[in-house]
Ligand binder design. Sequence first.
Ligand SMILES: Cc1cc2nc3c(=O)[nH]c(=O)nc-3n(C[C@H](O)[C@H](O)[C@H](O)COP(=O)(O)OP(=O)(O)OC[C@H]3O[C@@H](n4cnc5c(N)ncnc54)[C@H](O)[C@@H]3O)c2cc1C
Length: 265
Amino acid sequence: MSITVETYPSLREAARAMRESTWYLGGGTLLMRGVNYGAQGFDRIVRTTDAAMREIHPEGGGIRLGAGVRMAQVMAHPDLAFLAPVARSVGGPAVRNMATVGGNLFARSPFGDFTTALLALDASVQMAEGPALPLESFLSGRDRQRGIVASVLVPRPSQGAFRFAKVTRTRPKGASVMCIAAHLPGGGRITNARVAFGAMGATPLRAKAAETALEGAGPDAGGIQRALDVCLQGLDPQDDAIASAWYRREVAPVHLRRLLLGEER
Ligand SMILES: Cc1cc2nc3c(=O)[nH]c(=O)nc-3n(C[C@H](O)[C@H](O)[C@H](O)COP(=O)(O)OP(=O)(O)OC[C@H]3O[C@@H](n4cnc5c(N)ncnc54)[C@H](O)[C@@H]3O)c2cc1C
């Protein structure tokens, strides 16, 4: 079956075209791979050249990233140093030159490393049509989402409060056994921590039991132990070609421990 790619100069026109069931083209690293492998059931793909989709700019206490921003753009932007290691962990250079922030929101496990970081940072998602959604709500309804993601608003973490680790079998560019992102505001005792795991469920997931256990804890081995004991609650890892669900469960507390103690490479 032939597929038509429709290119619109504005996001508004593209969003209108997307009201009919179809697919949106970001960088195409997943979508076009699917097409090349014979994905069935659609004959139209929509894209837009709207420059707003590629913009990065400060907004309030955060930074707004257009959904079409590429990983390589994130790595090069002076305001996004805290996210540069996350973007650098996505695939190899060719993938990073194409892979977008918007496409990563839809990437299936074990992909979605960038989204895991955004979840720990409490980002929100702005659709081209409709209200902004907390990323967590967006992810829980992801398979029912219709329309185009226009941008993501990322709260800026205070210096040193954000941590990210990706566990892979092949460095530097393997897919995740898991990735973990944590936002640990404050210097001494931990308060309002957010911890997110990638490749430990169908979408990136928060480890809410661990977050609760970290409240008021000291940032040392004794203080974080309770969080390690409960960190698997609510996670649902799957078997895949990268690792078994069993292995993922076994090593998750080990890697979370290293991340929280600042020992993760
Ligand atoms: C060799 C290889 C290595 C990879 N390594 C990693 C890795 O290490 N980590 C990782 O996280 N991912 C990895 N990926 C997966 C992928 O490259 C990234 O997740 C990337 O961010 C997906 O973005 P994209 O723009 O290419 O998405 P696309 O392929 O363009 O789209 C993917 C899906 O998202 C939808 N979509 C895209 N943008 C929007 C939007 N703005 N609004 C609504 N829907 C949208 C599309 O319709 C499609 O369903 C890898 C892929 C390959 C091929």
